[in-house]
Design a protein around this ligand. Structure first.
Ligand code: TYD
Ligand code: MG
Length: 397
């Protein structure tokens, strides 16, 4: 007999409590606790009707087969590099981003491009919609016999399908739509999201099959079903960018199998996402001669150098406190650089509005860009253009 018990979860941060409480001790939100029924099943859900049950034994490091850690390179160079060189067998990857940014498109493109048995589980779109999208990506001729789709949200049915098909890669779009029959709460609630992720994690680790989970991001920028997911998975990928611009940036915020500093850049076209192999081509906009306020700097993202154009507009503040508005750059750092220009270099910034922008919609945190920011601010202030062949470099020691 399966035992069942109820636990109260904070719907905003996932904190558990045996009793209902008004204010969450962890995130300090009010009235966020909801009761959820937890049934303790004796076996993991995905193996409930399974014929075999693997029992793991303690091993020494020498006994562990390191071939497991081999990576399968992907045809998609950008994603491959961001993941640290390819997909690690048995890894669970969370792929987050705002709605409409292109998560489903990228996942479908990866699934179709891979010459392996892929199961794409969608809880959001119908089979016809997936087919239409695949046709748009010109992918239907490529892997018709190795790419399977399933439109299902019940995890019991999904695991049955997985066991029958035995795929080499599973893509779940999205984790917030999954629903386990063992829990009474609604799909997308913290309890469901956490339970379904844990089951998929067990499946991935035991069968050595990589699993990609698509996750939506809430308005405040956190992954919905929030932090609970991030620490359960091996890798967290984020798809960023302005929906109104064509460029999308893929970055990792956590990677158990590689560095988190690599980024991938894509361009959203009418027939899918194009990999941008030379990012400097999009990050530099000066094409028709030099303009004042534009200056080029260099930064490293992972092991790839990027040339980025910093654009500034400095104009006399008409009233009140002057504005400092950076886009893609830290506000406090901009204030500091302006103070340095004022104090050490004698430029009167106190009465100027300063707007700066990183071309291409990229966010830069690397302090190596500081000199380029200063050069571009001074260039705009003095109305002197900087040669488009000049790059501002500085030593960081
Ligand atoms: P989608 O992958 O559905 O976003 P998500 O899964 O992250 O919510 O992306 C949808 C957007 O991408 C939509 O606005 C249309 C656009 N798009 C293109 O511009 N080109 C394409 O080839 C495809 C398939 C979508
Ligand atoms: Mg989608």
């Amino acid at each position: 007999m399966a035992k069942s018990k109820t636990i109260f979860f904070c719907q905003s941060c996932g904190h558990e409590s045996a009793k209902w409480i008004g204010k969450c001790p962890s995130c300090e939100e009010w009235n966020t606790f909801a009761e959820e029924v937890i049934q303790k099943a004796s076996k993991p859900e995905w193996r409930q009707e399974s014929r075999y049950q693997k029992v793991t034994q303690p091993k020494t490091l020498a006994e562990i087969n390191s071939e497991n850690a081999q990576r399968d390179p992907l045809p998609d160079q950008e994603l491959s590099r961001v993941l640290g060189g390819g997909i690690v067998p048995g890894s669970l990857v969370l792929f987050g981003g705002e709605p409409g940014i292109g998560k489903s498109t990228l996942m479908l493109q990866v699934g179709l491009g891979l010459n392996k048995k892929v199961l794409y589980v969608s809880g959001e779109e119908s089979e016809q919609q997936i087919k239409m999208r695949a046709q748009r990506l010109n992918g239907t001729e490529k892997s018709t016999d190795t790419f399977y789709t399933l439109t299902e949200t019940n995890t019991a049915n999904i695991f049955n399908a997985i066991e029958a098909l035995n795929p080499e890669l599973v893509i779940i779009d999205s984790i917030q739509t999954l629903h386990s029959p063992l829990l009474d709460s609604a799909a997308g609630s913290i309890g469901q999201v956490r339970h379904c992720t844990a089951e998929l994690m067990k499946y991935a680790k035991e069968t050595n099959t990589p699993v990609f989970l698509v996750g939506h991001i809430t308005k405040d920028g956190s992954l919905a079903g929030p932090k609970v997911l991030e620490h359960m998975v091996d890798t967290v990928l984020q798809f960023e960018g302005d929906r109104h611009l064509v460029y999308r940036i893929l970055r990792t915020t956590k990677n158990r199998f590689g560095s988190t500093s690599e980024i991938g850049i894509y361009e959203m076209l009418g027939n899918g996402l194009r990999e941008v192999n030379n990012p400097s081509e999009i990050l530099i906009s000066q094409k028709d001669g030099p303009l004042s306020g534009a200056s080029i700097g260099a930064t490293m993202e992972g092991n790839r150098p990027l040339l980025i154009e910093v654009q500034s507009l400095v104009s006399t503040a008409s009233y009140g406190t002057p504005q400092r508005t950076p886009t893609g750059f830290d506000q406090k750092r901009l204030n500091m650089l302006l103070a340095v220009l004022e104090k050490r270099c004698g430029y009167r910034m106190g009465l100027q509005d300063v707007f700066i922008n990183m071309a291409g919609g990229i966010k830069v945190e690397d302090p190596a860009i500081d000199l380029a920011v200063c050069v571009s601010v001074v260039s705009s202030l003095q109305e002197i253009s900087v040669s488009e062949k000049a790059v501002s470099l500085q030593r960081l020691d």
